[in-house]
Design a protein around this ligand. Structure first.
Ligand SMILES: *Cc1c(COP(=O)(O)O)cnc(C)c1O
Length: 393
């Protein structure tokens, strides 16, 4: 009996805990099947509905669905008129897509360091990086903890800069300036498989600008416009279209939107579960030589996309060894991010040195992200925390 119980327990404790796992339910699955049965697979009625419902949920004037946050960033930068000769200030502690999108417009990404406590782009570092060529500021709401948007709005107004928020982590977040999605010229969301809401692959731009919204809608689908002949609707046959710009293939499919419509309905429950899991981690990791993730500022709402720990100086083992211990226990974890100043492309092209980004560099050397997703059980959190505790004990 005892032996049997022990065997069972060890089997249970070896069940892998992946780093992330989407929460796809029956309602998502049946909507996808209905989409397939409808015969309309690509951009159509479900994308329209997802845009309408997402826009209403965020409170945005326009919500434009695209097939990734990377596409959302690229189109936002282009809609803002950014191109060769321009500079866009962003953080080095982000996913490469943030800076890749800037490069694809022909502009130059200029990196400013993070605030060492929040991991978010530091407004005073941004201010020091502004030059006559600066055209935009592109902060990331790192881990879902809102950036200091009020400060970025002030810089944007004082220097005539476009504010574009990378909200890939921040779908439910509220910053000191308001609901994320309503506080910048453009806000870009991701529905990638690991994100808080997912459509497999997908993204959304929100903006208050009618002109930019019209441009983005056209540019996201080859630059095809029907607007040009709307005036003649009655006379124009349905096969006719006009290309008004060399656009992109960035449109979302109805299959993906079918997932999004139902993910959106569960967004509030997802957000509450993420908050709970983060609180459980904080309690279970208390007293260890680690820096816990910073709490949101008063009045803000954290989207808890990532749960990022930083090892304190007195820790018994290093970050890499801790990751190995977690992997050995069947627990997925990751590092967000290897800062862009260490990546060969940016390091070499812009001659970036770690000394220029001391806070990003220091955080990178000590940080790791623990699993955080709504399908985790309380017991999963307990097991991850116990493994961290045993490794650091
Ligand atoms: C995931 C992510 C992106 C890219 O999102 P995609 O939808 O995969 O293009 C951009 N920025 C950050 C910070 C991300 O985490």
């Amino acid at each position: 009996m005892k032996r049997g119980a022990r065997v069972r327990q060890s089997v249970v404790s070896r069940t892998p805990i992946p780093f992330a796992r989407p929460a796809i339910g029956d309602s998502e699955a049946s909507e996808v099947l209905a989409t397939l049965a409808s015969g309309w697979l690509t951009t159509g009625p479900r994308v329209q509905r997802f845009e309408r419902e997402f826009g209403a949920w965020v409170g945005a004037q326009h919500a434009l669905a695209v097939n990734s946050c990377t596409a959302a960033l690229h189109l936002s930068l282009l809609a803002a008129g950014i191109g060769a000769g321009d500079e866009v200030i962003t953080t080095p502690l982000t996913f490469c897509a943030t800076a890749n999108a800037i490069i694809h417009t022909g502009a130059r990404p200029v990196f400013a360091d993070i605030d060492r406590r929040t991991y978010n782009l530091d407004p005073s570092a941004v201010e020091r990086a502004i030059t006559p060529r600066t055209r935009a500021i592109l902060p990331v709401h790192y881990a879902g903890r809102p950036a200091d948007v009020l400060a970025f709005q002030r810089l944007s107004e004082a220097h005539g800069l476009v504010l574009i928020e990378d909200a890939a982590h921040a779908v439910e977040a509220v910053s000191n300036a308001g609901r994320v999605g309503t506080t910048a010229h453009f806000t870009c969301f991701s529905f990638y498989a690991t994100k808080n809401l997912t459509t497999g692959e997908g993204g959304m731009v929100t903006t208050a600008s009618d002109r930019a919204a019209t441009w983005i809608r056209t540019a996201a689908l080859h630059g095809m416009s029907r607007d040009a002949f709307d005036r003649f609707t009655a006379k124009v046959p349905s096969w006719y279209y006009e290309i008004v710009a060399p656009g992109f293939k960035y449109n979302l499919t109805d299959i993906a939107a079918a997932l999004g419509i139902h993910q959106l309905r569960r967004a509030h429950a997802f957000a509450q579960r993420r908050e709970q899991l983060a609180a459980q981690y904080a309690a279970a990791l208390d007293g260890l030589p680690v820096l816990l993730p910073p709490q949101p500022a008063r009045g803000d709402r954290h989207a808890w996309h990532l749960y990022v720990l930083q090892l304190a100086d007195g820790a018994a083992i290093g970050r890499d060894a801790l990751i190995e211990r977690l992997f050995a226990a069947g627990i997925g974890c990751s590092v967000h991010y290897i800062p862009l100043h260490l990546q060969p492309y940016w390091r070499d092209r812009y001659a970036l040195r770690p000394e220029a980004f001391p806070h990003s560099q220091r955080a990178f050397e000590r940080m790791l992200s623990l699993p955080l997703y709504t399908r985790m059980t309380d017991a999963d959190v307990g097991r991850v925390a116990a493994t961290v505790r045993a490794a650091l004990g």
